[in-house]
Design a binder for this molecule. Structure first.
Ligand code: PBG
Length: 323
């Protein structure tokens, strides 16, 4: 490398046009996945207190939202359901007329081109708020994944375009893959929450999805924030079991993990810009402490720079309007 004054890195920063020519990473509308929370009822639009601009929506309102999302050029949404009734085995999750299953049917009827992803987990559907079946103090693995596979199949039958298991139990991708294949859905992709950490950044989501565990926490299945070699083992395992897209979650405190996953596996890689990351930017923005729009764009492009191909974000509509 030559030395100053021959080298002046500032030369290419002097004009916006020049900066644009040498820019390395971009956000595209095609990268965005917009999360939606579906609740029972009609004409329901409840704003989530800790997530300004995010609403719990009834199915009719969800469909309207999807029409708008599509018009903005966002290709995809991910659905979370809050059922009428919860019980200890999360029956609402694998009911063929459950809230997400009915929402998928309604959306596909109105906006068939939209890529509808469904989150597969039990935590929104169980009375105890855990992601699977609980026996004593243990969140049971093998019996729970049977239910997740049933849930995935009902989503597929309703018309979902991608299945996204978010539970972090062992072997769930394989069982879901087998169940889908056995029922003629061998072309339906799986986006696995492959490296999902036990994170404090999910707080606002649990308000939105009413899925806070009534006792204990998720540390026996979600990953320890201190680990990243283990993340590679989690991702590798999901790929071997049949995952088509792998996700790292949360995103912002785990950019190093996104980079390692991308460099190691060269898979389509998604980053989940989670509820707490959204809430922090919104709160500081509302207080006038940061420039919300600028920090939003900076945060999201950092995920692309880290290697993410896709970003699940509550900012999707705001970003699409800016692009
Ligand atoms: C579980 C699930 C969670 C999120 C997505 N899927 C919460 C959890 O694991 O407790 C969090 C998303 C966010 O914080 O935005 N079904």
């Amino acid at each position: 490398m030559s030395e100053f004054p021959v080298t002046r890195l500032r030369r290419l920063r002097m004009k916006e046009a020049l900066r644009g020519m040498v820019r390395e990473n971009f956000l595209r509308k095609e990268d965005l996945i917009y999360p939606l929370f579906v609740v029972p009822g009609k004409k329901v639009r409840n704003e989530v207190k800790s997530m300004p601009g995010v609403f719990q929506l009834s199915i009719d309102e969800t469909v309207r939202e999807c029409v708008e999302v599509r018009k903005l050029g966002i290709p995809s949404i991910i659905l979370f359901g809050i059922p009428e009734h919860k019980d200890d085995v999360g029956s609402g999750a694998y009911d063929e007329h459950g809230i997400v299953q009915e929402a998928v049917r309604a959306i596909k009827k109105e906006v068939s081109e939209l890529v509808v992803i469904t989150d597969v987990c039990l935590c929104e559907y169980t009375s105890h708020g855990h992601c699977g079946i609980v026996k004593g103090n243990e969140i049971v693995n093998d019996a729970s994944i049977e239910l997740l596979a049933k849930e995935a199949l009902t989503h597929a039958q309703a018309g979902a375009d991608i299945i996204a298991p978010s539970d972090m139990f062992d072997g769930r991708v394989q069982l879901i893959r087998e169940t889908l294949d056995d029922n003629g859905f061998d072309n339906l992709p799986i986006m696995s929450y492959a490296a999902k950490y036990a994170s404090g950044f999910y707080g606002p989501f649990r308000d939105a999805a009413q899925s806070t565990p009534q006792f204990g926490d998720r540390r026996s299945h979600q990953m320890d924030p201190a680990n990243s070699d283990e993340a590679l083992r989690e991702v590798e395992q999901d790929i071997l079991e049949g995952a088509d897209i792998v996700m790292v979650k949360p995103a912002l405190s785990y950019l190093d993990v996104i980079r390692r996953v991308k460099d190691t596996f060269h898979m389509p890689t998604a980053a989940y810009n989670v509820s707490g990351e959204y809430a922090m930017i919104k709160a500081a923005g509302r207080n006038g402490w940061i420039d919300e729009e600028r920090v939003m764009m900076e945060t999201l492009v950092s995920m692309k720079r880290a290697g993410a191909d896709l970003i699940l974000t509550y900012f999707a509509k705001d970003v699409a309007k800016k692009l």
